[in-house]
Design a protein around this ligand. Structure first.
Ligand SMILES: NC(=O)c1ccc[n+]([C@@H]2O[C@H](COP(=O)([O-])OP(=O)(O)OC[C@H]3O[C@@H](n4cnc5c(N)ncnc54)[C@H](OP(=O)(O)O)[C@@H]3O)[C@@H](O)[C@H]2O)c1
Length: 132
């Protein structure tokens, strides 16, 4: 089973117990989040991003969910990672993003099709690993 949770991450993944995922033979989960929302830089308004006040905390929560679930599922064939699509032209930002939706989706697709020995509990963009 392949799962890509991009839009409603919290309803797709975070609301479920990770052990419920473990009933599946395999799975891939990619949480979408901006690179500016890394743990070391979690106050986005300081870095020039748009600033609904709930956005940064929601993505910080997603960081924690990604790492925690990866830990809890380490003995399964389910890989869970976070993906940064880059500043992508979508309804979220009034289509001001500089990347196309196809470009933005590429990293989520890559993480959704990882081989069984692929990484888990990480944060990635097109260039590779992004520091938490
Ligand atoms: N765009 C960027 O530059 C960028 C950068 C970094 C991270 N991200 C992340 O990427 C993800 C997708 O963003 P986007 O740019 O594609 O935004 P978007 O164009 O606004 O799309 C959001 C999608 O989520 C769906 N959605 C919203 N609330 C939902 C709910 N309660 N239940 C089910 N579906 C729901 C929407 O469905 P409807 O169309 O039916 O409303 C829509 O398809 C977000 O988590 C965002 O934070 C985006």
């Amino acid at each position: 089973m392949t799962v890509v949770t991009v839009g409603a991450s919290s309803t797709g993944t975070a609301a479920r117990s990770p052990r419920r995922w473990a009933r599946h033979e395999s799975g891939r989960i990619a949480h979408a989040r901006p690179s500016a929302m890394s743990c070391s830089n979690c106050v986005w308004s300081r870095t020039g991003g748009p600033g609904p006040s709930g956005y940064a905390p929601s993505k910080t929560f997603l960081n924690a969910v990604t790492v925690q679930y990866a830990e809890e599922l380490h003995d399964t064939n389910i890989l869970i990672n976070a993906a940064c699509p880059g500043f992508t032209a979508t309804g979220l930002n009034g289509f001001r993003g500089v990347r196309s939706p196809e470009q933005g989706a590429a990293i989520a697709i890559r993480l959704a099709t990882l081989p069984d020995d692929g990484p888990t509990g990480g944060f990635f963009d097109d260039a590779g690993v992004v520091p938490w």
